[in-house]
Design a protein around this ligand. Structure first.
Ligand code: ATP
Length: 737
């Protein structure tokens, strides 16, 4: 035999789900407890002949093989259950791991438990449960969802309710039972409660607590709680009722920020976040003691409650208005207005929020919209003008305005990685998935912009706490496996912000750094280049060596004090004006990458070439670093040579290498380098090849040699232009002799 059970003090959702479970298989015996709430009891009384329910008293004899438990994970012990091992749980409360896991168990967070069982009925073709059954199930859904009004109501509850109405549920009948007037006893209790009511302001929430000794009244008080909640509309209502065995606690919330269900689970009870009850038991209570017991209960509740009120999301509207430059702020307001018109939640997300909270300057904005970024972009141009460039395959759009400003609009997306280090597959999704695809908790913060939500911080991954604690934390164990570039990013944020790697993140780094070998050279180079934009690039280089990333690129990539000194000198040296004499070099490139070149050029030329090949460096950069490496190796030994020899040596290198070298080298090399740039490299003889032709010199290597020697003489001696011809004639003569 199989039976269906539910919780004590059964309500409509309990009975509705037992009924639905029975309709799924009428061979099961549907059992209700004797203790039922008043509304349910009234309904069952009126329709008992038409309902299939049993109580333990009349469950047929025979062995019970399996028990289905609906709308609860706690059943009262019963002697007939002593040998039963086979339990299936169908509940909509959070999974409490009371019964062993099995495939048939369902913990589905619908607003009412009846809902997902009705969904199963909806799949049964040709089922016509009739007016009374459908009405009872509808009452289950209505009661647990506050007539489909609680935040916990899901679209599925509404669809299930609609199906029941289609199948004949009687709304008039339902109203009579779900919204029953209070009894005289309940009214008397209600008056007592109102007299003791006190309002507390707890963590920004308005909480009413009322208490009464109801031992002489009895009756059922959830309807009273309902009534008081509707009359006073606090964020939270707590009734403390002295009964024979202690204090019964009934809680009702009008907001999802209070979790009374969780609170009552710590006080011998349970329920939902908005409607729950519990019990403080006492051994024995004298009539006169009730007041003291209720006082203690009030104290206990007040102490416990703050743990179950969600912190209000911090309001960053002030920070947005103060820290974002006026021009960009007005764009953000435009985006917010359009998003509100389209009913699309829109956020600024990621690094910009992190920087706002740290009061760092904010530069770029990532605007993430839940929905189609192109649609938002179209609304923006229709209202404020400009042009929209869309990339539907990437779910992004760029709004370009007439004043040359632009804003990237990105549809919230999820990412999945088909293999380690591969680029992810992207799909449009909601903000939650968008935040969970990110690298570190401190980069998952979002600030909502549209309508009344303007400035509200969304912190789904504990980013705010980590920001306060100074921690770099990945969101999951596979983070560095999915995308090893995050290893380099972790170091960048750690060094920039002076944060620490959270201990588990550090473990992941140590275990997963071989993922770097799977990255393309370009991706590694991109990450290394980003270090050069940091205030202290050398700290990042040192750290990637220390953590073992560098060895994954090339085993020779080390770090030492000398390299650090060179990098610091490179960073701190202000280039002298003399460099203006060496025109035509790519100053931006040296600015962007010079710090890296300084590090990489400390290695022998062969190593530099191998590293360049691993990183697939553009040829120009490879030449610059190789040049620097050769300068480091050879120039110190050259400085006592003749100026012309030094000139010819230095002229072999890209001028970017010379410039970069000058920034970290010291005297006497620097002085020689200055003479080369200021003077020597510009010295050319005034005599030309044509002059030599006139003097009878044949074109070819001899002429080239002669001109070079003449230039050397010009550089090394103070030979004047008018003396050059004489010098050549003498040279030719000497040569002829
Ligand atoms: P910065 O101040 O250096 O620009 P940022 O945090 O703004 O830092 P971006 O590289 O501009 O970093 O990226 C913007 C956001 O995109 C990040 O804050 C992060 O949320 C997300 N992100 C960037 N790269 C990755 C990645 N490899 N993996 C996961 N999320 C990433």
């Amino acid at each position: 035999m199989e039976i269906i059970l539910t919780h004590e003090q059964a309500d409509f959702d309990a009975a509705g789900s037992v009924l639905a479970a029975w309709l799924l298989d009428p061979a099961r015996i549907p059992v209700l407890p004797k203790r039922r709430n008043r509304n349910l009891a009234a309904f069952i009384d009126d329709y008992k002949t038409r309902l299939p329910f049993f109580t333990w008293n009349n469950v047929p004899k025979g062995k019970i093989h399996r028990v289905y438990i609906t709308d609860t994970q706690k059943i009262e012990p019963h002697s007939r259950l002593d040998d039963v091992r086979d339990y299936v749980v169908w509940d909509h409360h959070p999974h409490r791991h009371v019964f062993p896991d099995r495939e048939e168990n369902i913990y589905d967070p619908t607003g009412a438990c009846t809902t997902f069982l009705v969904e199963k009925l909806m799949e049964k073709p040709g089922l016509h449960p009739g007016r009374i059954f459908t009405t009872l199930m509808l009452m289950g859904i209505y009661e647990d969802t506050g007539s489909l009004s609680y935040g916990s109501t899901t679209p599925r509850d509404i669809r299930a309710a609609a199906w029941l109405v289609e199948k004949g549920a009687d709304l008039d009948l339902m109203r009579r039972y779900v919204l029953q007037p209070m009894t005289d006893n309940q009214q008397a209790g209600c008056e007592r409660l109102i007299q003791t009511m006190e309002t507390y302001e707890i963590m920004g929430k308005n909480i009413i607590i009322a208490s009464a000794d109801i031992r002489t009244i009895g009756d059922e008080f959830s309807a009273v709680a309902h009534q008081l909640r509707d009359m006073f509309n606090p964020d939270g209502l707590i009734l403390l009722l002295a009964v024979r065995t202690g204090v019964r606690i009934i809680c009702r919330a009008t907001t999802d920020d209070i979790d009374f269900g969780a609170m009552m689970r710590t006080m011998n009870g349970g329920g939902h976040s908005r409607a729950a009850s519990g019990m403080i038991q006492v051994e024995y209570m004298e009539i006169a003691e009730a007041e003291d017991v209720l006082y203690d209960a009030r104290e206990a509740v007040l102490e416990n409650l703050p743990n179950f009120i969600k912190n209000q999301p911090p309001d960053l509207s002030g920070k947005l208005n103060e820290q974002i430059p006026a021009e960009q702020l007005s764009l953000i307001h435009n985006v917010a207005d359009c998003a509100e018109q389209l009913d699309m939640p829109v956020y600024i997300v990621g690094g910009v929020v992190r920087d706002l909270l740290l009061s760092h300057p904010v530069m770029d904005f990532d605007i993430v919209v839940e929905g189609d970024a192109t649609r938002l972009g179209q609304q923006l141009i229709s209202q404020y003008g400009g042009k929209l460039v869309t990339h539907p395959q990437f779910f992004t759009a760029k709004w370009q305005m007439k004043n040359d400003m632009s804003l990237d609009l990105i549809s919230a997306r999820s990412e999945t990685y088909s293999s380690p280090a591969a680029l992810p597959t992207v799909e449009m999704s909601d903000i939650e998935a968008d935040l969970h695809r990110r690298d570190f908790s401190i980069n998952t913060l979002a600030v909502r912009l549209d309508g009344e939500y303007y400035g509200k911080l969304l912190d789904l991954c504990g980013g705010l706490q980590d920001l306060q604690d100074g921690l770099i934390r990945t969101l999951h164990n596979r983070s560095f496996i999915d995308d090893p570039t995050r290893l380099f990013r972790a170091v960048r944020f750690e060094q920039r912000l002076g944060f620490e790697m959270e201990s588990d993140t550090l473990r992941q780094i140590r275990e997963q750094l071989n993922g770097i070998t799977g990255l393309t050279g370009q991706r590694i180079w991109h990450e290394l280049r980003l270090y050069c934009d940091e205030e202290y690039p050398e700290k990042n280089f040192a750290r990637v060596v220390q953590l073992g990333f560098a060895a994954q690129i090339h085993e020779a990539l080390v770090w030492n004090e000398q390299i650090e000194q060179d990098c610091i000198r490179f960073r701190e040296t202000v280039p002298g004006k003399f460099w203006q004499n060496l025109s035509g070099f790519d100053f931006d490139l040296v600015e962007a990458d010079g710090a890296l070149w300084t590090w990489l050029s400390t290695f022998p030329i062969n190593t530099v070439t191998q590293i360049s090949e691993r990183l697939l460096l553009p040829k120009k950069e490879q030449h610059c670093i190789e040049g620097l490496s050769m300068l480091r190796a050879e120039f110190p030994d050259m400085i006592r040579n003749a100026p012309s020899e030094i000139t010819y040596f230095l002229e072999r290198f890209p001028s970017e290498s010379l410039y970069c070298y000058a920034l970290f080298c010291t005297e006497p090399e620097l002085d020689i380098l200055k003479q080369f740039v200021n003077t020597w490299h510009r010295i050319r003889p005034s005599v030309t090849g044509n002059d030599l032709l006139d003097m009878g010199v044949q074109p070819g290597p001899e002429m080239k040699n002669l001109l070079t020697m003449l230039r050397s003489a010009c550089i090394d001696t103070d030979i004047q232009p008018e003396e050059e011809i004489e010098w050549i004639e003498m040279f030719l003569k000497r040569g002829l002799d």
